[in-house]
Design a protein around this ligand. Structure first.
Ligand code: C2E
Ligand code: MG
Ligand code: MG
Length: 758
C-alpha cells in the first residue's frame, strides 16, 4: 500500500494558467455556438481538439506523479484524450474535405479505440475490482447496460429513421455512442460508487461521462431526425467533458485504502448490484413496443437483443462460477483452521459425534503445547504462528492415517481415534510426543515447545462428546501437572478430583428428585451373642459420572446449601420403609437414622418423623434418631424440648460420635438420650494397647451406665477391638467386623428374630 500523497503539479502556475485557458476556451465556444456566430463548426472542432489535448497532457502528468498503482489508469485516460483529439482532427479534415458528417472508417476506428481505452482505464482504477474475474464481471455489467440501451434507444430515437439511414454500418455505429457512454458510466458506478473508498477524481470523470452521454444522445437524436449540423450548440458538451477529465487530475489520490476487502469494508448497496439489470427490464418492454405493425422486430433491435442474451448468459456463468468459488471458500473458512489448514473445532466435534453415534471404540487425544505462550510473548505472534504451523505439520505426519488431527484453538490440538483403529491412543500419544522432540540443531533455538497430552476413551459412562472432551481435558491437565511432555489417560479418580464443587452442588440439587440417592444399612450387633439388634441407615449418592459418593463427599455441601433437609427427609422415609420390611421376619430389629444439626432446629422435624413412621407403619420404639454430640451442644432450649417430645413418643435418641464434642456432664444430663455411640477414633486405638483410649472407653461406658444409657461401640474392625470393648462391658457394637454398610437385600439374610430383652 502506498501512502504517498500526490506531489503537487510541478509548475503550479503553469497548471493554473492551463486550466483557466481551458475554461475560457469552453466558455468562449459555448457563447459562439449558442449565438450561432459564423464558423461555428470550425470553432467547435478546434475547441474540442484544444481541450482534449490539454486534458491528455494533464493525464500524462498525473500518470507520472501518482503512485504506481494508478499509473496505468492515468496513462489509459491520457491515451483516451489523445485518441479524442486525433479523431476530432481527422473528422475536421474530412469535414473540410467536403463530407458533411464524416463517419469514416478512420474516424470510427479512432473513436472506438478511445472507448476501449476509456473503459480499460475505468476497470483498472485503483478503487476498481482487483481480480480478473471481478474486472470481467464489471465490464460485462457495463456491456449489458449498453446493449439494453439499443431497444430503448430504438424506441425513443431511431424509430422514425428511415431504414436507408441505417444501411450504412459506420453511420449506425456512430449512433451507438450513447450506448457506450452508458456502459462506461455503469462501470464507473460499479468501481467507484458510494461505499467504496471514494475517489473524487472518479466522481468528476463520472460527471464528464454523464455530460457526454447526454450530448451523444441528443446528437444521435438530431442526426436521426436529420436536424444536426456541425457547430450545433450541443457540440460544446464534448470539450466540457474533456475539461472535467483534466480537472480530475488535480485531486490527490486517496491516501489510504488499497481496495483490499475485509470484514469492515461495506457491501455494495442492493441497487448497485441490481443496476445492470434494471435497463434489461426496460429493454424487454422496448422490444415489445418496437415491433413494427407487420409484426417484425427491427433488425438492429433483434441483433442487440441477441447480443444482450449472450452477454447475460456469460455474466450468469461468471456469477455461478464465482458463487461456487465463494461457497468453497466459505466452507474452508467454516470447517478448517486458517493458520494450519487442519480441520477446526467444529469439524472435530462433528466427526466425534458421528463416531459416537456409530458405536465402536472412540478415543480423544487432546494435546496442549507447553510453553507456547512464552514463545508468543518473547518472540512475537508471527513466530508463534510459524511455530504452530510447523508443529501442526509434524503432528499431522505423526498421526498419519490412524486418526484425525484438528486444531481446537490456540495451542490446543486433538486427535480423534475411531473405528477399527489399528493403534491405541496411548501409542499415538507417544508418537506425538516423539514428533515434537527437537530435531538435531533445533535444541538451541529455545523455541521448542513440548506437549501435554490427555486421553479419554469411550466408556459406558460417557454419553456425549462433551463428556469425552472434558475427560480428555482433565487428563491433559493431569499430564501438565505431572511435569509436562507427558500423557495421561483419564480415570475415574482423575475425573472425580476434577469435577468442581459448583458442578457437584448443581448435581446434588437434582440428585433427590432424580432418585440418585440410595440407602445402605450397617448392622449394630449384640456383642455377647452377635445377633443383629439394629441397623444404621447410611446414605450414598450414585453420581451419574462420578459413581457412588460417600456422605463425607457430599453432605458438607448439602449442609451448606440447605439441601440436607430434603436428603434427611428422604432418608427418614426410606429407612422407616426398609425397617418395616425387615421387621416382617425380624420383628425386633430396629433402625437408626442420622439427623443433621440443621434438621434438629426445625419445628417440623417431629412431623416429618411421625409422618414417615405412619406411612411405613413403623412403631416409634423401632426408630432411633442419631444426633452428633456437637449438634446437640449447639442446640437451644427448643431443640431439647423437641427431643423430649420425640422421646415421649417412644422414639429412641442416640448421641453419635460421642467423645468428639466435649460436652459437659451437666449438659449430658439434660439431653433426653437413650444411648451413646462411642466414636470410632477411640475404638480404633484400643488394639494398639493405648491405655488412655482404653480408659476413655471404660469411663464413657461407666458414665453411660450412670445415666442409664445403652452403649454402642462404633467402628469395631478387629478381633482385638472386639475383645476390648466386650471386656470393658459395652453391650453393642458396630463396625466392619460385624458387617459393612450394605444394601437392604444383602442385610435381610443376616437378620434373625431376636428376643426383646437387652
Ligand atoms: P456415623 O453416623 O458415625 O456413621 C458411621 C460411619 O462409620 C459410616 O460412614 C460407616 O460406614 C463408618 N463405619 C462403620 N464401621 C466402620 C469401621 O469398622 N471402620 C471404618 N473405617 N468405618 C466404619 P459413612 O457411611 O461414610 O457416614 C459418615 C457419616 O455421615 C455418618 O457418620 C453420619 O454422621 C453421616 N451420615 C451418613 N448418612 C447420613 C444421613 O442419611 N443423614 C445424615 N444427616 N448424615 C448421614
Ligand atoms: Mg450415625
Ligand atoms: Mg458415628
Amino acid at each position: 500500500m502506498s501512502l504517498a500523497v500526490a506531489a503537487p503539479a510541478r509548475h503550479p502556475l503553469a497548471g493554473r494558467i492551463g486550466l483557466v485557458a481551458a475554461v475560457v476556451v469552453v466558455l468562449g465556444e459555448m457563447v459562439w455556438l449558442v449565438a450561432g456566430l459564423p464558423g461555428a463548426a470550425l470553432v467547435s472542432d478546434l475547441g474540442a481538439m484544444a481541450v482534449s489535448s490539454w486534458a491528455a497532457v494533464l493525464c500524462v502528468g498525473a500518470a507520472r506523479r501518482h503512485p504506481h498503482t494508478l499509473r496505468r489508469f492515468w496513462s489509459l485516460l491520457a491515451a483516451t484524450m489523445v485518441l479524442a483529439a486525433l479523431g476530432r482532427a481527422v473528422w475536421t479534415s474530412e469535414r473540410l474535405g467536403g463530407i458533411d458528417l464524416p463517419h469514416t472508417p478512420l474516424v470510427g476506428g479512432l473513436f472506438t479505440a478511445g472507448i476501449v481505452t476509456g473503459t480499460a482505464a475505468l476497470l483498472c482504477s485503483r478503487a476498481g475490482p482487483r481480480s480478473l474475474i471481478g474486472q470481467a464481471r464489471t465490464l460485462l455489467d457495463g456491456v449489458i447496460v449498453g446493449l439494453a440501451l439499443i431497444p430503448i434507444g430504438w424506441l425513443l430515437v431511431f424509430r422514425d429513421v428511415a431504414d436507408a439511414d441505417l444501411a450504412d454500418p459506420l453511420r449506425t455505429f456512430g449512433l451507438l455512442y450513447p450506448m457506450f457512454d452508458l456502459m462506461q458510466l455503469t462501470i464507473l458506478v460499479a468501481v467507484a460508487g458510494p461505499g467504496r473508498p471514494m475517489w473524487r477524481s472518479l466522481t468528476v470523470i463520472g460527471a464528464g461521462l454523464a455530460i457526454r452521454a447526454g450530448a451523444d444522445t441528443v446528437y444521435v437524436s438530431l442526426v436521426a431526425h436529420g436536424s444536426y449540423a456541425p457547430g450545433h450548440p450541443v457540440d460544446v458538451c464534448w470539450p466540457l467533458s474533456y475539461l472535467l477529465v483534466g480537472l480530475a487530475t488535480r485531486y490527490p489520490p486517496p491516501a489510504c485504502g488499497d481496495g483490499e476487502e475485509d470484514a469492515e469494508s461495506p457491501l455494495p448497496p442492493w441497487w448497485r448490484v441490481a443496476l445492470p439489470y434494471l435497463p434489461v427490464g426496460g429493454a424487454i418492454v422496448a422490444v415489445m413496443l418496437s415491433r413494427r405493425p407487420t409484426g417484425q422486430t427491427p433488425h438492429l433491435v433483434f441483433v442487440g437483443m441477441m447480443a444482450l442474451l449472450g452477454v447475460l448468459a456469460l455474466r450468469q456463468g461468471l456469477a455461478a462460477n464465482e458463487n461456487l468459488r465463494l461457497v468453497g471458500r466459505l466452507r474452508r473458512l467454516a470447517y478448517s483452521d486458517q493458520l494450519t489448514g487442519l480441520p477446526n473445532r467444529l469439524t472435530f466435534i462433528r466427526r466425534l459425534r458421528r463416531a459416537l453415534r456409530a458405536g465402536g471404540p472412540v478415543a480423544v487425544v487432546l494435546l496442549d503445547l507447553d510453553g507456547f505462550k512464552q514463545v508468543n510473548d518473547r518472540f512475537g505472534h508471527a513466530a508463534g504462528d510459524r511455530l504452530l504451523t510447523a508443529t501442526a505439520e509434524r503432528m499431522r505426519d505423526a498421526v498419519g492415517p490412524d486418526g484425525m488431527i484438528a486444531r481446537l484453538g490456540g495451542d490446543e490440538f486433538a486427535v480423534l481415534v475411531a473405528g477399527d483403529r489399528p493403534v491405541s491412543p496411548e501409542r499415538l500419544a507417544v508418537r506425538l510426543l516423539a514428533a515434537l522432540e527437537p530435531l538435531p540443531g533445533e535444541e538451541d533455538l529455545g523455541v521448542h515447545p513440548s506437549a501435554s497430552i490427555g486421553i479419554a476413551e469411550y466408556g459406558p459412562q460417557h454419553a456425549s462428546h462433551t463428556d469425552l472432551l472434558r475427560d480428555a481435558d482433565i487428563a491433559m491437565y493431569a499430564a501438565k501437572a505431572a511435569g509436562k511432555s507427558a500423557y495421561r489417560t483419564c480415570t475415574a479418580e482423575l475425573r472425580e478430583s476434577a469435577v468442581g464443587r459448583a458442578e457437584l452442588i448443581a448435581d446434588l440439587r437434582r440428585a433427590v428428585d432424580e432418585g440418585q440417592l440410595l440407602m445402605e444399612f450397617q448392622p449394630i450387633v449384640d456383642l455377647a451373642t452377635g445377633t443383629v439388634r439394629s441397623a444404621e441407615a447410611l446414605v450414598r449418592w450414585r453420581h451419574p459420572r462420578l459413581g457412588v459418593l460417600t456422605p463425607a463427599r457430599f453432605l458438607p455441601l448439602a449442609e451448606e446449601t440447605g439441601l440436607i433437609l430434603a436428603i434427611d427427609r428422604w432418608v427418614i422415609h426410606e429407612a422407616c420403609r426398609a425397617a418395616a420390611t425387615w421387621r416382617e421376619h425380624a420383628p425386633e430389629v430396629t433402625v437408626a437414622v442420622n439427623i443433621a444439626a440443621a434438621h434438629l432446629c426445625r419445628p417440623d422435624l417431629i412431623a416429618t418423623v411421625t409422618g414417615a413412621m405412619g406411612a411405613a407403619g413403623l412403631p416409634p420404639r423401632a426408630l432411633t434418631l442419631e444426633l452428633t454430640e456437637s449438634a446437640l451442644i449447639e442446640g437451644s432450649e427448643a431443640v431439647l424440648e423437641r427431643l423430649a417430645q420425640l422421646r415421649d413418643l417412644g422414639i429412641r435418641i442416640a448421641i453419635d460420635d460421642f467423645g468428639t464434642g466435649y460436652s459437659s456432664l451437666s449438659y449430658l444430663h439434660r439431653i433426653p438420650a437413650t444411648e451413646l455411640k462411642i466414636d470410632r477414633s477411640f475404638v480404633s486405638r484400643l488394639d494398639a494397647g493405648d491405655a488412655r483410649a482404653y480408659a476413655t472407653v471404660e469411663m464413657v461406658n461407666r458414665l453411660a451406665g450412670a445415666f442409664d444409657l445403652a452403649v454402642v461401640a462404633e467402628g469395631v474392625e478387629t478381633g482385638a477391638q472386639h475383645a476390648a470393648v466386650t471386656a470393658i462391658g459395652c453391650r453393642q457394637g458396630q463396625g466392619w467386623r460385624y458387617g459393612r454398610p450394605t444394601a437392604l437385600s444383602d442385610l435381610l439374610p443376616t437378620l434373625a428374630p431376636v428376643d426383646a430383652a437387652r
